[in-house]
Design a protein around this ligand. Structure first.
Ligand SMILES: [Zn+2]
Length: 310
């Protein structure tokens, strides 16, 4: 389909369900508002979105990556049948190499394939420090990630790096349905057999991170859920916030932390679809947008491969 990126998103909105339509409109508004002038007294921080929760944060020579999963492959996640847990894990170096070159730190928020499957390749390529739980580290060791790059954390750490700092917080995966569950739960206390299929990459604990870079504090959440005890009265400028989860969850998040200026939508795209195409929302972004706008914060939606400088 040979239409412009913007047209594609509008088209999806026009022909899709009401849910998709609302998200498409938000996306367009968000983009026009996203190009803010960098604050005079801060170093500019460039954010690039690679779909799912894959973000690159760049300030001067410092580069931080969150859940860098760029390969993407079909699993059936957004079909009525759901994902096939036996879908083979693959890594596409040619896709990763096109977009990522250097990194100082890789923040693993949880162990699911759409967050961690590319980390072994990206870590080896960049030699970045990988912050993750012990379960994630065991899975990454099983996927031949060099052990010296792995830095297991639990939450509570304050870690200064050259040019930025990372604070780690315990967090929770979002859940849904009658039983409030999520896919592929579990922990790995030893190095398991090499993960081959998507269900082998268990959640393994969920972490949240605050990245302080260029004078900006960014709270990075990989799902809609969070630990209110860990984040109470936290002060940040920007949040990466995901749709989904239990009703009202983003309202609770924004009541738990101190007021923020900007909330950037994350993990809103159907990740069975390629990164080169515009993002197709997997859910209605309206509840997330309304929760944010009720607080007076700005709601921002970037498209695949788009950048914003803050
Ligand atoms: Zn997940």
């Amino acid at each position: 389909m040979q239409v412009s990126r913007r047209g594609m998103l509008t088209g999806a909105a026009a022909v899709g369900a009401a849910a998709v339509g609302a998200a498409g409109v938000v996306g367009l508004e968000g983009r026009s508002q996203a190009a803010t002038v960098p604050a005079a007294k801060r170093e500019p921080v460039e954010l690039t979105w690679f779909g799912t929760h894959a973000w690159q944060l760049k300030c001067g020579k410092s580069v931080v990556l969150t859940d860098p999963w760029l390969t993407r492959f079909k699993t059936g996640t957004f079909t009525p049948e759901g994902a096939d847990p036996k879908t083979k894990l693959v890594i596409k170096p040619e896709v990763i190499d096109k977009h990522l070159s250097t990194a100082d730190a890789i923040l693993v928020h949880h162990g699911h394939y759409d967050h961690m499957a590319d980390v072994p390749y990206v870590a080896k390529k960049t030699q970045a420090t990988v912050l993750c739980t012990e379960t994630h580290a065991n899975l990454l060791r099983a996927m031949r990630t060099p052990n010296e790059l792995l830095s297991p954390v639990r939450g509570g750490e304050y870690l200064p790096f050259d040019g930025f700092s990372i604070e780690v917080f315990p967090s929770l995966h979002s859940c849904s349905g009658k039983r409030h569950t999520y896919a592929y739960p579990g922990y790995r206390y030893d190095v398991p057999q090499r993960p081959r299929v998507i269900e082998d990459l268990v959640e393994g604990g969920t972490l949240a991170f605050v990245i302080t870079i260029g004078g900006l504090r960014i709270l990075s959440l990989s799902t809609a859920n969070f630990d209110p005890n860990a984040l109470r009265d936290l002060q940040v400028d920007v949040i990466f916030a995901a749709p989904g989860g239990e009703p009202g969850i983003t309202d609770r998040l924004l009541q738990t932390i101190k007021p923020v200026r900007k909330v950037i939508a994350t993990h809103w795209d159907d990740f069975d679809k390629p990164l080169d195409d515009p993002g197709i929302p997997w859910t209605d972004l309206t509840p997330l947008r309304q929760s944010v706008e009720r607080t007076g914060a700005e709601f921002v939606v970037l498209d695949h491969l788009q950048q914003v400088t803050l």
